[in-house]
Unconditional design. Structure first.
Length: 177
């Protein structure tokens, strides 16, 4: 295989990996919410990274009481005895639905150290009616931490440059007769 063709194959591999990484980072996560204190309230919370350090949190609950605003929060810790202080307040659940944009990127919530919970009402905020643990991300961040976005963009740019260089080399390589 000529060097130009080998270079072209390498460039295509780099572009494929960059596009796979970008696709993987974009997907939302859904967290199941289980009933607490025999409330019968269950549902899901969907977390979507909006970019620029913001995440949309959409909650849908079945069994929620009609006409009652239910406060919700993202807490440090996990559901149960390790549930800690409020990290992010959310828009109260009304009619079983809520949508809030918070100032945190999705990756920072996927450490395995956060949970979302709902309260019976503003008057009975000490009574939890549902809770769900936000899972840790499947892929871990590098030891230095940080955001992969710039690295992914650089890989894509380098892959595109390698692809163009490969095509130029391919055109300049004399062909065997």
């Amino acid at each position: 295989m000529s060097r130009a063709r080998l270079f072209l194959v390498f460039a295509l591999v780099v572009l494929t990996l960059a596009s796979a990484a970008i696709t993987q980072a974009a997907g939302p996560i859904t967290v199941p919410l289980a009933a607490d204190n025999d409330s019968g309230e269950t549902g899901t919370a969907t977390f979507t990274d909006l970019g620029n350090g913001k995440t949309m949190v959409e909650v849908s609950i079945t069994g929620a009481p009609e006409g009652v605003a239910q406060p919700m929060h993202i807490h440090d810790g996990q559901c149960g005895p390790t549930l800690g202080k409020v990290a992010f307040p959310l828009t109260s659940l009304e009619g079983g639905k809520s949508s809030t944009t918070i100032d945190a990127d999705l990756a920072s919530l996927q450490t395995g150290n956060f949970a979302l919970n709902g309260h019976k009402s503003a008057a009975e905020v000490s009574v939890y009616v549902f809770c769900g643990n936000i899972p840790a991300a499947a892929a871990t961040l590098p030891a230095t931490g940080g955001d992969f976005t710039n690295g992914i963009v650089m890989i894509a740019i380098l892959g595109a440059l390698a692809l163009v260089t490969g095509f130029v080399l391919l055109r300049k390589t004399p062909r065997a007769q």
